[in-house]
Design a protein around this ligand. Sequence first.
Ligand SMILES: NC(=O)c1ccc[n+]([C@@H]2O[C@H](COP(=O)([O-])OP(=O)(O)OC[C@H]3O[C@@H](n4cnc5c(N)ncnc54)[C@H](OP(=O)(O)O)[C@@H]3O)[C@@H](O)[C@H]2O)c1
Length: 430
Amino acid sequence: MVTPLRIGIAGLGNVGAGVVKILTANAELVAKRAGRPIVVTAVSARDRSRDRGVSLDGIAWVDDAAELPTRDDVDVVVELIGGSDGPALTLARRTLGAGKPLVTANKAMLAHHGLELAEAAEKAGLPLKYEAAVAGGIPVIKGLAEGAAANRIARVYGLMNGTCNYILSRMEAEGLGFGDVLADAQALGFAEADPSFDIDGIDTAHKLSILAALAFGARIDFAGVACHGIRNVAAADIAQAAALGFRIKLVGLAEAENGELFQRVHPALVPIDHPIATTMGSLNAVVVEGDFVGRLFFQGRGAGEGPTASAVVADLVDIARGDVRPPFVMPVADLAALPRAPAADRRGRYYLRLSVADRAGVLAELTAALRDSGVSIESLVQRGTSSDGDAMVVMVTHEAREADVLDSLARMAASPAVSGQPVMMHILDF
Ligand SMILES: NC(=O)c1ccc[n+]([C@@H]2O[C@H](COP(=O)([O-])OP(=O)(O)OC[C@H]3O[C@@H](n4cnc5c(N)ncnc54)[C@H](OP(=O)(O)O)[C@@H]3O)[C@@H](O)[C@H]2O)c1
């Protein structure tokens, strides 16, 4: 007689209801793969009367989610409330404290408290699993933790926010400005009413800090992620990037080099034939570079009920099979506290766009500013003249030190011939 694995779910929104749906629709298949049935025995959310599109018959309703861990009919708690602190964190701590495994999709909580929770799980010999927290349905946590376990990872990067990728894709396809597409995305339900976590890059930074810890055996350093979102990406930049053979994407990038950790979220120009440039709409993509396996490319749905719940159920199958391992692959005590690599010394090519007065000698001024900062130019084009008499100048630098490019930009911005704030974006050359 096989004993079912009994699940208590806190949070019955998109993901929570999705988990109930999958465990109902694919119950037999999941039971075969898990070696035993996985059944939902208790749920908790705020509003008991809300129709969630799933049957909750035979499932206990618990008003206070914090009571789930101590219930006799719950073996595993699935936290799908969200938020870095508050009820989600209380529940996570209580679950591990009560000696029960925890599954969560909560990247914000893990980015801020992941090490504390992982330590508690390790001490108690419990699984803490979070496949759904990074890139939704894409098995990138398993990919890194298991598939790439043999490799030293030098770099992990990708598009981890579907809202941003959707907005940038539509800006490109329809030639629209950021504000117009954002408003439409909100009306269509592709962007939150308060979209700042997504468009300011914070959500990507949460996910990146988790991936970096896994990839490099480093302690999570969310505060060390330099974060620049897509609010200031202009339609003009998207068009100019396209003319140069690039697509602008919000890239989360983490590298470990010489014992230092570099983490940044920023809009970057990606060569049009790069696999992440071909990742359009709300899709996510993650690239992992290992020393023996080479480049691994993961792509798929990074959000949404089905994909995210699919990742949660995959974690439950592992737990049903008795899989217990350190949440960040190696024990927290072995994770290195890597110092942050300074951005100033990074080398790369850069895209620059400026509005300048359309008069003789201006281009010479700009090139002099670059020369004085030790930056050489790969290409420079002047495009058209706007109604206010300004011309748009677009440049791509040769490989240069980031601090030198910033220095040249400051010199150019100080010129009376330059109007507005010059734009600088990184070019992804790997
Ligand atoms: N949506 C996605 O595509 C996606 C993708 C990856 C990861 N995630 C993560 O998954 C988690 C859940 O996301 P979601 O999109 O499903 O959120 P959601 O639709 O907003 O659902 C949140 C649920 O939590 C419940 N809740 C709020 N406060 C609670 C409390 N104190 N006690 C018990 N329940 C409470 C809400 O109850 P009511 O329904 O009664 O208001 C709601 O059912 C978040 O951590 C999110 O970051 C989501």
